[in-house]
Design a protein around this ligand. Structure first.
Ligand SMILES: [Zn+2]
Length: 118
């Protein structure tokens, strides 16, 4: 590696191949790469799956809103985890109708929430 003194060090976990590819990019290509990375990130956050709880999920609260459903759930990630359950997390769930009459639920992760004890 050519180590320029002020060259930023990539965070741990970035694949070496990706780091070396990134180092080849022009500023314009960087901007496009960032946009694409953001799109991919959004895409992952919007991973469609049905509103029924997945095994291990614990739905605490469902609130119908205008245009979307607010869902608060805790997630049990599996065995050997001392931190379970995770959350509660807030999601906005939108139904996207398709021309063939089916619907896809998009879960948009909003963030961790505190639930009042009721
Ligand atoms: Zn866990």
């Amino acid at each position: 590696m050519n180590d320029a003194p002020n060259k930023p060090t990539p965070p741990e976990g970035v694949p070496d191949q990706l780091v070396s590819d990134l180092n080849q990019l022009t500023a314009e290509e960087f901007r496009k790469t960032i946009i694409h990375a953001q799109e991919l990130l959004n895409f992952q956050n919007e991973e469609p799956f049905p509103i029924e709880p997945k095994p291990g999920d614990d739905i605490l609260k469902v609130t119908e809103r205008d245009g979307y459903t607010e869902v608060v759930k805790q997630i049990f990630c599996g065995e050997d985890c001392g931190d379970c359950p995770h959350g509660p997390y807030l999601y906005h769930v939108e139904q996207e109708p398709h021309p063939d009459g089916t619907e896809t639920s998009y879960w948009r992760f909003i963030g961790e929430v505190q639930l009042d004890d009721e």
